[in-house]
Design a protein around this ligand. Structure first.
Ligand code: NAI
Length: 334
């Protein structure tokens, strides 16, 4: 079967890691008809807005692989990444966090999944200046979005044989907004009696996860806490270069790495494509190509175990292309 997939290479190291990922997926024999398109109008330096044609392409193909795109800090155009997720109503952000053999980290046997609400909370973009020197930023939490992310999380846990879900909140202080999130999750949790349900206040959760990550299985979080805790969790297993993510909605899905455009190493052929390759594996799973995904994962692990062709960020010396070549060489024939 040939899959039609939108490819948004992204900016900075995006095109380098996207090209390596594409080569690896194709070498595993997956037949993909890529529709390559820019995520932004104009050049990155122009800080253009989201490309409507890219949104249309993902709507049409229903699946996209995306490289990172830059966002100006404290001013400039709104985030193209957030605009894409919102326009396509990709309400669930899924971030599996697992150790890779040979990648130095503080813990072993970490295997957790963060399920982050992706459309509201403080990312509503509703900010204004009340009077000079005072700004207001609106945190939006709805029963509808909280319930659907909770349902997504519990259904994911059931499908993947996961045993435990922790909801993360700050409802002791934000009694209305996080309170509504928590009440919505509890209602859904009651419908999944086989999955153990627990709650943690976000500050305690941060402490708990760096003290003992193995106590966690699936974490269910509103947008902001999800954003912060998923990078924190990436740090438990070797950092942003080795963690994938998926943005999933009812109609389409977009797979991307957790890291950004890495301007410090862009264009130098030094980027580690592992995170995007692993996001590609989540995409293959979504497309029903489990056996190709398993072969690539095995090849990836072999390259990491051997340790001869890993990239600089994880202590090796290989360039992006050399790493991709090694993964391709390690692929077992079908
Ligand atoms: P970053 O993730 O781009 O870089 C942080 C550090 O990690 C840098 O030292 C970088 O060299 C390193 N790094 C990241 N990915 C790597 C990889 N694949 N291989 C080797 N090293 C890697 O984060 P930063 O600097 O905060 O953001 C840069 C830009 O990326 C910003 O404009 C930000 O808005 C954007 N961004 C975009 C995301 C997306 O498109 N989903 C996600 C995060 C940031």
């Amino acid at each position: 079967m040939i899959h039609k997939v939108t490819l948004i290479p992204g900016e900075g190291i995006g095109p380098e890691v996207a090209a390596a990922t594409r080569r690896i997926l194709e070498a595993a024999g997956v037949q993909i008809d890529w529709e390559e398109i820019a995520g932004r109008t104009g050049k990155p330096s122009d800080q253009g807005h989201v490309n409507q044609a890219a949104i249309e392409s993902v709507r049409r193909n229903r699946v996209a692989l995306k490289g990172p795109m830059a966002t100006a800090i404290a001013g400039g155009a709104p985030s193209v990444n957030v605009a894409l997720r919102k326009s396509l109503d990709l309400y669930a952000n899924l971030r599996p966090v697992k150790n890779l053999p040979g990648v130095k980290s503080h813990f072993e046997n970490v295997d957790l999944v963060l399920v982050r609400e992706n459309t509201e909370d403080l990312y509503s973009g509703l900010e204004h200046e009340v009077v000079p020197g005072v700004v207001e930023s609106l945190k939006i939490i709805t029963e509808k979005a909280s319930t659907r992310i909770a349902r997504f999380g519990f259904e994911y846990a059931r499908r993947h044989g996961r045993k435990k879900i922790h909801a993360i909140h700050k409802a002791n202080i934000m009694k209305l907004s996080d309170g509504l999130f928590l009440r919505s999750v509890r209602t859904v949790a009651a419908q999944f009696p086989e999955i153990q349900y627990k709650e943690f206040i976000v500050d305690n959760a941060c402490m708990q996860i760096v003290m003992d990550p193995l106590q966690f299985d699936v974490l269910l979080l509103p947008n902001l806490y999800g954003d912060v805790m998923s990078d924190l969790a990436a740090g438990l297993v070797g950092g942003l270069g080795v963690v994938p993510s998926a943005n999933i909605g009812d109609d389409c899905a977009m797979f991307e790495a957790v890291h950004g455009t890495a301007p410090d190493i862009a264009g130098k052929g030094l980027a580690n494509p592992t995170a995007l390759v692993m996001s590609g594996l989540l995409m293959l799973d979504h497309l029903g190509e489990q056996s190709a995904a398993e072969r690539i994962e095995a090849a990836l692990k072999k390259v990491y175990r051997d340790g001869k062709h890993t990239t600089r960020d994880v202590g090796g010396t290989a360039r992006t292309n050399e790493f991709a070549d090694a993964v391709i060489a390690a692929l077992k024939p079908v």
